[in-house]
Design a protein around this ligand. Structure first.
Ligand code: SAH
Ligand code: SF4
Length: 352
């Protein structure tokens, strides 16, 4: 066993890196492409099982490399069919991912960092602080580990949302490397339009994403209607105030039918008033945008409450009446702490 841990992990390498690995072992780089296909397309996580490769190459691969997915430490199935996973990496850091099946599709909610540095006051991940960025392999590993555990068929439509732990736009390089492997037809083949990155509003990250030739969908966590209110809920707003954030959003290139999504966590008596709704509508005026309203998901350690459902409906109606389409998102998996903003390792780490 100690030897195995010193082997380089092939899982997480992109096509060029696998081509290089093949060359290193005296094979044609075309063999590297077959290896890439075998791992990410056929989901073979043992070199010996990738029978398109020669026996010699398989042996050489097994001697020098490993193909290791992160380990599923815990699975918490919810009554509503969703499941929260705790997934651990070899350095013993762990993150959480959420599996949300529907009739004809599955949505996977992924983490981009262990913990988060952003300090949003209403978010349980924030209580952990930032532990570290995840690598592309660790991001993709969450997808493949859950696919394998749930035996998700390749015919199922997969959606991926970066709404788990962490701020994806503070780890753009790894997130985009993972996205490129996800969307490749020779790999996981998930359509780009089914991948969403959610950000707390990291303006340089939004600008960097805008420059990408292939962009996932963007969701921006607005969560407030004035700078003052947003600073008190999301201190990051001091660095990237609403003016700059919305300017970056307005400049973000959209496809023909694409709209920007703004998320708005509704906190009772904090940001859920009618004047708030009117100010949000004003902020988004003229943008191709929709708003997802997320009633606060609570838990121990934070002082907020969700508004009554009537109040959520009033907020939605006020936005709609001003031409801003708004949808109420009831988070799934609340009974197993899998809902938006509830992911944190505090309790389970202490238990484990
Ligand atoms: N860091 C990114 C993505 C992860 S958070 C971001 O902030 O956008 C995903 C979503 O959950 C965000 O829209 C965030 O505002 C929301 N959220 C955080 N804590 C929440 C809570 N306690 N209840 C409901 N939604 C929450
Ligand atoms: Fe980080 Fe997003 Fe939570 Fe804010 S809401 S602390 S950015 S994970």
């Amino acid at each position: 066993m100690p030897l195995a841990t010193t082997k380089t992990n092939l899982f997480g390498l992109d096509r060029e890196e696998m081509e290089r690995a093949a060359l290193e072992l005296g094979e044609d780089c075309f063999r590297g492409r077959q290896l890439y296909h075998g791992i990410y397309h056929d989901l073979n996580f043992h070199a010996e099982a990738i029978t398109s490769l020669s026996k010699r190459f398989r042996g050489a691969l097994a001697a020098k490399f490993q193909i290791a997915l992160p380990e599923i430490l815990e699975r918490h199935p919810s009554r509503d069919g969703a499941a929260r996973y705790r997934i651990q990496f070899p350095d013993s850091n762990a993150v959480e991912s959420v599996y949300m099946p529907e009739e004809r599709r599955v949505t996977l909610c992924l983490s981009s960092q262990a913990g988060c540095a952003v300090e949003c006051r209403f978010c349980f991940t924030a209580l952990m602080g930032l532990i570290r960025n995840l690598t592309a392999g660790e991001i993709l590993g969450q997808v493949c580990a859950v696919i394998r555990d749930q035996q998700i068929s390749s015919r199922m439509r997969l959606n991926v949302v970066f709404m788990g732990m962490g701020e994806p736009l503070l780890n753009v390089a790894s997130v985009m490397k993972a996205v490129r492997i996800m969307i490749d037809q020779n790999a996981l083949g998930i359509p780009l339009r089914r991948i969403t990155i959610s950000t707390s509003g990291i303006v340089p990250g939004i600008k960097a994403l805008a420059e990408e030739p292939l962009r996932p969908k963007l969701a921006v966590s607005l969560n407030a209607s004035t700078d003052e209110q947003r600073v008190s809920l999301m201190p990051i707003n001091r660095k990237y105030p609403l003016r700059d954030l919305l300017a970056a959003c307005r400049a973000y290139p959209l496809g023909p039918r694409e709209v920007l999504t703004f998320e708005y966590v509704l906190l009772a008596s904090v940001n859920d008033s009618l004047p708030d709704a009117l100010r949000v509508a004003k902020l988004l005026r003229g943008m191709r945008a929709k708003v997802n309203l997320i009633p606060y998901n609570g838990g121990p350690g934070l002082p907020y409450r969700p508004p009554s459902f009537d109040r959520v409906l009033d907020f939605q109606e006020a936005l709609a009446a001003r031409g801003v389409p708004a949808f109420i998102r009831i988070s799934r998996g609340q009974d197993v702490r899998a809902a938006c903003g509830q992911l944190t390792l505090e309790a389970s780490q202490k238990a484990g």
